[in-house]
Design a protein around this ligand. Structure first.
Ligand code: ATP
Length: 255
């Protein structure tokens, strides 16, 4: 794995730091989010929480380099992030990333090597090894020859995570990854996300199920067009203003 994604650093002590300062993103005259300020490092799992339209997807798409900020800055490893980079993998919502053309799981995972190899060059031994390693980590060996569109939602999610691993992405961002998964696939994905954090990746995901947020994530950013709170997940979830924004009653989170 890449230098950030090894076991040298405890969460919070990795030098690979994502810093967002005064971020403001608009769609024409619509302000989607404003005054977002947080910093986190590889090894953490950060939940983006907030009601519908709060700006979670907009933040993810901006960090992925797909949208431009109106104001503010994003620093990754001390450098301004101005576009997409292979160090950041973005998984859109499941229903938005059906391939729609015949492509196998192994081919999807191999696409993760394109930033390393280039489009027209033959893959090298190292690329093939990285693809096989990613397939093994995501337990996809038996599905590697299947068409991606013939997989269940949970299996497809694992294939796209394997592509992120093959890409050697440090940051893995997922938009509502649990939506549409059955209970078993959701539990499996929760373990996979925790494992990615343990391997040293920074996992950032928008999340709607407040009953599971503390079990899966260690940090939370709560937003409603503006940042409401950021910090360690249990501390954030206990704040009165967070409970109001998320529509929680006292004690509701733990039932
Ligand atoms: N392409 C767009 N053009 C104009 N406005 C947009 C566009 N995409 C999102 N918005 C607006 O930006 C705001 C933030 O939307 P966003 O999708 O980021 O919220 P969200 O927190 O991800 O919501 P949800 O939980 O419903 O997915 C909303 O007011 C939304 O209507």
């Amino acid at each position: 794995m890449s230098e950030c994604c090894d076991h040298h650093y405890e969460p919070g002590h990795s030098p690979h730091r994502l810093e967002v300062e005064g971020l403001c993103v608009t769609y024409g005259s619509v302000t989607a989010l404003c005054e977002v300020d947080f910093a986190t490092t590889c090894g953490n799992r950060l939940a983006l929480l907030g009601p519908n339209g709060a700006g979670k997807s907009t933040l993810i798409r901006t960090l992925a380099g797909l949208l431009k900020a109106e104001h503010g800055s994003i620093l990754w490893r001390g450098q301004a992030l101005t576009g997409s980079t292979r160090e950041i993998a973005y998984l859109p919502q499941l229903d938005r990333h059906r391939e729609g053309f015949p492509v196998t799981v192994r081919e999807v995972v191999a696409m993760g090597r394109l930033p390393h190899v280039g489009f027209w060059k033959a893959s090298r031994k190292i690329d093939e090894e990285k693809v096989e390693e990613a397939i093994a980590v995501m337990r996809l060996e038996d599905l590697a020859h299947r068409q991606i569109d013939a997989l269940s939602g949970g299996q497809r999610q694992r294939a796209f995570l394997a592509r992120a691993l093959a890409q050697e992405a440090h940051i893995v961002m997922l938009d509502e990854p649990f939506t549409g998964l059955d209970v078993e696939s959701g539990a499996e994905l929760a373990e996979t996300l925790k494992d990615l954090g343990t391997r040293g990746h920074l996992v950032i995901a928008s999340h709607h199920n407040l009953a599971t947020v503390e079990a899966i994530f260690d940090q939370a950013l709560v937003m409603k067009k503006r940042q409401v709170a950021f910090g360690e997940v249990s501390e954030v979830m206990a704040r009165v203003e967070v409970r109001e924004v998320l529509g929680l009653q006292k004690g509701e989170l733990h039932v």
